[in-house]
Design a protein around this ligand. Sequence first.
Ligand SMILES: Nc1ncnc2c1ncn2[C@@H]1O[C@H](COP(=O)(O)OP(=O)(O)OP(=O)(O)O)[C@@H](O)[C@H]1O
Length: 209
Amino acid sequence: MELRVEGLACRRGEATVLRGVSFTVPAGRALVLRGPNGAGKTTLLRTLAGLSPAPEGSVTPGPDAMAFATHADGLKAQLTVAENLTFWSRAFATGDAGVARAVAAFDLVPLLPRRAADLSAGQRRRAGLARMVLTGRPIWLMDEPTVSLDRAMTATFAEVMRAHLAEGGSAVLATHIDLGLEAEVLEVAPFAAARQAAAQPDPFAEAVE
Ligand SMILES: Nc1ncnc2c1ncn2[C@@H]1O[C@H](COP(=O)(O)OP(=O)(O)OP(=O)(O)O)[C@@H](O)[C@H]1O
C-alpha cells in the first residue's frame, strides 16, 4: 500500500522538530530514514504512526493501516511469548492464522513458553518484530529494527521484509546500518528533510550474504 506524506510537521513535547516533510513510498518499496542522533527520525515515525499529532501536513492512509515497531518491542513482561502473541492477535483481529505466520517468520517455537521478562534483548526484538507480521497491516514503521539481532536473525529479518514488500506492503525504517535494502533514503534534518534517491538493485544483498 502506498504511503503519502505531504508538508508534515512533527512535534516532540513542545518543540517542533521537523517541518515540511514530504515523500511517497509506493507499494512494494521501503524508505530508509538516515540522520544523526537527535535529527528527528523517531519523532517522524511516531507522527506517521499517529502517536504524536501533526500540527501541519497530512499522512495517507491513517494509522489503522500501519504497524509500528519501537525500541520497546511492546511485549508485556509478565506474559509468555505465546500469551503476548495471543494478546496481539486479539488486538489486531488476526486470530490463530496471524499467530502462526508470526511464529513461522521468526522461528519463535522455542521461545513460546518463555516469559518475556526472561528473554535476551535479541529474543525480545525477535518477538517484537514478529508482531509486525502478526498485525497483517500493510505499512510497517520500524525504529532501528535490527538492534540486538545477531547475523542470522538480521538475515531472517531481511527475508521477512522482502516478503512483506513482495506482497505489496511498504515500510519506513530508521536504521544506521546498511541492510542492502532496495530503498530510497530520506536524510532527516531539522526543518529541512531533503530526499535522496538511492535505489539499489539487489535488496538485502549485504545483509544476507
Ligand atoms: N519528550 C521530548 N520532549 C522534548 N524534546 C524531545 C523529547 N524526546 C525527544 N526530544 C528531542 O527531539 C529531537 C528529536 O529526537 P528523536 O528521538 O526523534 O531523534 P532521532 O533522530 O530518532 O535520534 P536517534 O538517532 O538518537 O534515535 C531531539 O533533539 C530530542 O532531544
